[in-house]
Design a protein around this ligand. Structure first.
Ligand code: UD1
Ligand code: CA
Length: 447
């Protein structure tokens, strides 16, 4: 059985942030979730996470994993010990602060037959990392930055913080690790020396892409890692056939699926589980989270969250789509239009200054400028149903719950509180009064 144990119990002191380190986001996704997903795609049968002080804050981000609590932050070996019942079979141990670790390299480590295999990397600036000491080419031990002499500090090969242990070897080492070092912590890295000096087989694999083992300890490191992650994702999308006009101002998360033939314009953020189909253009200035966008649609200067958008649609500029929005094909949602939890069928147009909440709008219906569904009565949300081929005049207030039938017309400026039958014209406004010569009369009164 292949298991993965992710250590997230540390305080993250060097971040100087009240928020737990592992909840800081890289491209819209918390550090811890990058690592959990990597372990899962590497084929770990079970995943355990060790949490510490901020356990309560981290729980909501942990799905389908076993959680262990490390009571006191006594070091990485102590963190592993707090998950003792989890330790059998082959165990991948990795730290929650290294989001770019690729699943392929984790798979390679699982495949090793050594009792302990350590992933190393050669860094031009190894500051802060544990250094790898070798004797006759074989790994001998790892020395942490704080405990290293100047000579050891000049070593460029570092411990990435990713290991696969055979559980017997791991338990053997855990029993013997002491805290006689500068930080008085129990270092998991001491297991290398302990096992190498016994009959266990200890090996290393060096990654050819050191950026992928970058850890985050400070806010500055987080920012450079975000930059690197962004480059990796944007470059790989461009290689696959996506046009990204300005990668420096384009932020795309790791779980977004963007088909070749999509154009992403500058200052755009595509996060979460968003999918965009070929021929669509997203941006400039678009923020898209957890949306599905069909082919040949355009989203300009808009904020879209949890919406499904069909083909040939035009969204924006300055539209806001909120969760539960379903927009079919050839729909136009224009400037200053907000849509929430509503279904817009084919060819609907809502082009200006409108709020559609908890509404169903039938196909070919035109929603005039300034139309508002009054969906909230102060207690609960109510539904508005508008049929197909209807025409809602400008500045209409639809007081829900209310229905407008197929082919119906609503006069501009109406407040609709009663259902409108199909094919009817509804007028819900005061009749206009013209007072002839009123201006002249006022003028003579003033004299
Ligand atoms: C660690 C390694 C170092 C390696 C580097 C790679 C040790 C002793 N050192 O150093 O060799 O080069 O990672 O990035 O392992 N944690 C706990 N409980 C604790 C302490 C830490 O769960 O008591 C967790 C942290 O949340 C973090 C991970 O372990 O996710 C690593 O801890 P951190 O303090 O960041 O270790 P580094 O100093 O970076
Ligand atoms: Ca670290």
């Amino acid at each position: 059985m292949n298991k993965a144990l992710i250590l997230a119990g540390g305080l993250g002191k060097r971040m100087n942030s009240p928020k737990p380190k592992v909840l800081h986001e890289v491209l819209g996704k918390p550090l811890i979730n990058w690592v959990i997903d990597a372990a899962r795609s590497a084929g770990a049968d079970e995943i355990g996470v060790v949490v510490g002080h901020s356990a309560q804050d981290i729980y909501p981000f942990l799905k389908d994993v076993k959680v262990f609590v490390q009571k006191e932050q006594l070091g990485t070996a102590d963190a592993v010990k707090s998950a003792l019942p989890f330790l059998d079979g082959r165990i991948l141990i990795l730290y929650a602060d290294m989001p770019l670790i690729p699943a392929e390299i984790l798979r390679k480590l699982f495949d090793s037959e050594a009792d302990l295999v350590v992933l190393t990397a050669s860094l031009s600036n190894p500051f802060g990392y544990g250094r790898v000491l070798r004797k006759n080419g074989k790994i001998e031990k790892i020395v942490e930055e704080a405990d290293a002499s100047d000579e050891i500090r000049s070593i460029k090969e570092v411990n990435s913080g990713v290991y696969v242990f055979n559980s017997k070897a791991l338990l053997y080492a855990l029993e013997r690790i002491k805290n006689d070092n500068k930080k008085a912590e129990y270092y998991l890295t001491d297991s290398i020396e302990i096992l190498a000096n016994s009959d266990f087989k200890v090996e290393t694999i060096e990654t050819s892409d050191p950026d992928t083992v970058m850890g985050v300890n400070t806010q500055r490191e987080l920012a450079s890692l975000i930059r690197r992650a962004r480059e990796m994702i944007n470059f790989s999308l461009m290689d696959s056939g996506v046009t990204i006009e300005d990668p420096d101002t384009t932020f795309i998360g790791p779980d977004a699926k963007i088909e070749p033939g999509v154009t992403v314009k500058p200052f755009t953020f595509i996060y979460g589980k968003t999918e965009v189909s070929s021929g669509s253009t997203i941006g400039p200035y678009a923020v898209v989270l957890d949306c599905k966008i069909g082919s040949k649609s355009v989203v300009i200067s808009s904020d879209c969250n949890g919406a499904i958008i069909g083909e040939n649609c035009s969204i924006g500029p300055f539209s806001r789509l909120r969760p539960g929005t379903v927009i079919e094909n050839n729909v136009k949602v224009g400037n200053y239009v907000e849509v929430k939890n509503s279904h817009l069928f084919n060819n609907v147009k809502a082009q200006h200054l409108t709020y559609l909440g908890d509404a169903t709008i039938g196909e070919n219906t035109n929603i005039g400028a300034g139309t508002i569904t009054c969906n909230y009565d102060g207690v609960k949300k109510n539904q508005t149903f508008i049929g197909k081929n209807a025409f809602i005049g400008s500045n209409t207030a639809l007081v829900a719950p209310v229905k407008v039938g197929d082919n119906a017309f609503v006069g501009a400026g109406s407040t609709i509180t009663e259902d409108v039958p199909p094919n009817a014209l509804a007028l819900g406004r005061a009749r206009q009064v013209n007072k002839e010569e009123w201006v002249k009369r006022r003028e003579s009164d003033e004299k």
